[in-house]
Ligand binder design. Structure first.
Ligand code: FUB
Length: 324
């Protein structure tokens, strides 16, 4: 049977949905694609986004989706260069913290923080990026003990390949062949939510024999980290980028290591896929994007959602990305 899919914001191009339930309501924090006229390249220059909107709903598959308007723009961020990519939001003690990647004036991606009193913003940015931050795609996870972790990193245009042990190196390179794949990163947030509480660690994904996935493995990490918990296990999910899959790996703590489990979503129309997984009113959902409404323009992506199901062993049932 064909899976029910819904485009959430048919009137505009939105991508990279980070979704959370705040005060019983679903809040969607996407990137805001637009036609900047910059030609497509592997560096991602054509993803030249300059603001964020927030959306909310209380009925994911059927209900109205409210657009809360522009909540943060590059012109409001004191250290801004260009390119507001995938953001995420966390709540602590009634304040909402948005984490966003943005290139500084040296064209280096950093992670910034902006704060709001309500989940729908507006968000006020801090004057500087987070100390020691780099690369893209921050995803915040709140564990049951109240600790928050940021997962981040993306290769190619996301610049992760420029770093080794959290330091930018002239001779850092993207591993190839049977070298261990470049891992994403995870770091605990300080109590005040504004800085890293430690040095970022590698998110290692192993195969069934306990060996790290290699660079030539089509299921290795590329970008778009997400973390959720299901039946006490930690599910780290991510995009494989140039092999166009969403995959997942499971572990028994937020740092991993994680063991590769399978494909969540097969390729969609477009180049990137990027997602979040949330439970709402007893059902699980996969938010993601594709380029069907823009006739395949990879920089004009549209938000989509469908239900996500697990089998009795807790394995995620693969979704066919080409179903519209
Ligand atoms: O939206 C810009 C970039 O494209 C994101 O940061 C990546 O995850 C990819 O979706």
């Amino acid at each position: 049977m064909k899976k029910e899919m819904r485009y959430l914001v048919p009137g505009d191009y939105m991508a990279d949905p980070s979704v959370h339930i705040f005060n019983g309501k679903v809040y969607i924090y996407p990137s805001h694609d637009w036609e900047s006229g910059i030609p497509e390249n592997d560096n991602g220059d054509h993803f030249n986004m300059k603001d964020y909107h927030v959306f909310s709903t209380d009925d994911i598959m059927q209900g109205p989706v409210t657009d809360h308007g522009v909540v943060l723009s590059t012109e409001d961020i004191p250290w801004a260069g260009r390119q507001l990519w995938d953001c995420d939001v966390a709540e602590k003690k009634g304040k909402y913290y948005m984490y966003f990647p943005l290139k500084d004036r040296n064209d280096i991606f950093r992670l910034g923080v902006a704060i709001a009193d309500r989940p729908e913003g507006p968000f006020i940015p801090l004057p500087n990026p987070m100390y020691g931050s780099y690369s893209i795609d921050p995803a915040v996870f709140k564990d049951d003990d109240g600790s928050h972790y940021i997962y981040f990193g993306g290769i190619w245009g996301g610049q992760l390949q420029r770093y080794r042990d959290n330091i930018a190196l002239e001779n850092a390179y993207l591993p190839t062949g049977n070298e261990p794949a470049l891992p994403g990163r995870v770091v605990k947030l300080r109590d005040d939510m504004l800085q890293f509480d430690e040095t970022p660690r590698a998110v290692v994904i192993m195969d069934e024999n306990g060996k790290p996935l290699t660079a030539d493995n089509p299921h290795r990490f590329f970008e778009a980290s997400w973390m959720h918990k299901y039946q006490g296990k930690y599910y780290f999910s991510y995009s494989t980028g140039d092999t166009h899959l969403l995959c997942y790996a499971t572990g028994d703590n937020p740092y991993g290591p994680f063991t590769y489990q399978g494909v969540i979503l097969t390729p969609v129309v477009g180049w990137t896929t990027h997602h979040s997984i949330v439970e709402y009113k007893g059902k699980w959902y996969l938010f993601h994007h594709d380029c069907v409404p823009s006739d395949g323009k990879t920089w004009l992506r549209s938000l989509k959602v469908c239900e996500l199901e697990y089998d009795e062993q807790g394995r995620i049932i693969t979704i066919n990305g080409s179903e519209e």
